[in-house]
Design a protein around this ligand. Sequence first.
Ligand SMILES: [Zn+2]
Length: 343
Amino acid sequence: MSWLNIYNITKPYPNVNAFQVDEGMKDMNYTTHDMFVLADNFYQSMGLPAMPDNFWKYSMFTRPKNRSVVCYASASDMGHDKQGNEDVRIKMCAVVNANYLYTVHHEMGHCQYYLAYNEAQPPEFRAGANNGFHEAIGDTAALSVINPTHLKKLGILKPVDAETKHQQNINFLLRRALEKVAFFPFSISLEFWRWDVFSGKITNQHLNAGWWENKLKYQGIYPPVERTEHDFDPASKYHVTSGTPYIRYFIAQVLEFQFYEILCKLSGHKGPLHLCDFQGSKVAGRHFRKMLEMGNSKHWEDILQKLSGSCHVDAGSTLRFFKPLTQWLVKENKRLGNKIGWD
Ligand SMILES: [Zn+2]
């Protein structure tokens, strides 16, 4: 379940339309293939390489009609073909809308990472600096693309007056926050639960109760009906049943804002962070590519240090990105006398 589902009932300015990206893309007769070309052009505009021929030949962009496939979007590093040509691919069942436009940039970010370290590193070091890095690359680009500045450049968003613009921005930031900020307590409650199970702090007699204690502590939510140890709610999450680590997504989401802010600075952006679009910045692209090329040949802290000047994962960029929304929320909560937090 995604927190985005409550966007329509929590929208700050209910009468102001959100950015109508889906409609804008339809008006401009975008095809699914166009979304991939758009993403490829975006990375190229920063001086990063074009997707190789094999990418266009072997990727699966849409759901095939003649067979059933796993549609969960993914990117694959196939290394090189017999002729020594680069071979990276995306598999997904895209349709034309803003969510898929985001996913296309995300998956192509994995491909850019593969291409960079495959060229620069011996096989031992052809991997992300850590698992969070790999997930953060494409999302960093997507933050620059699915934003008002860039979408206007593409002609997908129509110009509006100043007040509507401000209200649209606040709506846009809340939407993003439901996606990104609400994810932090969710992911941390999941992984803390699992670590406590591994360490024995949460016992077998307490598995479900321990799950909900974490949910209440970090997310401020509790189940709508009574739950007992006959239930096992953690199993509703794929990554729990499949034994897939989850902290990488938490780290990735801090890193993507951190990378984004650094690239924005390098591109010379001035003004609110959420309006930054670093498309076309060769300087930002050069630093980005340098980081990708390092693969995991050094400790991730050293790699982060090279790009950002600091070896610390820092959520400050996330705070700065959402600053206008935070200010709006503080004011609004004060006006309504809302109590913040939970017991
Ligand atoms: Zn991914």
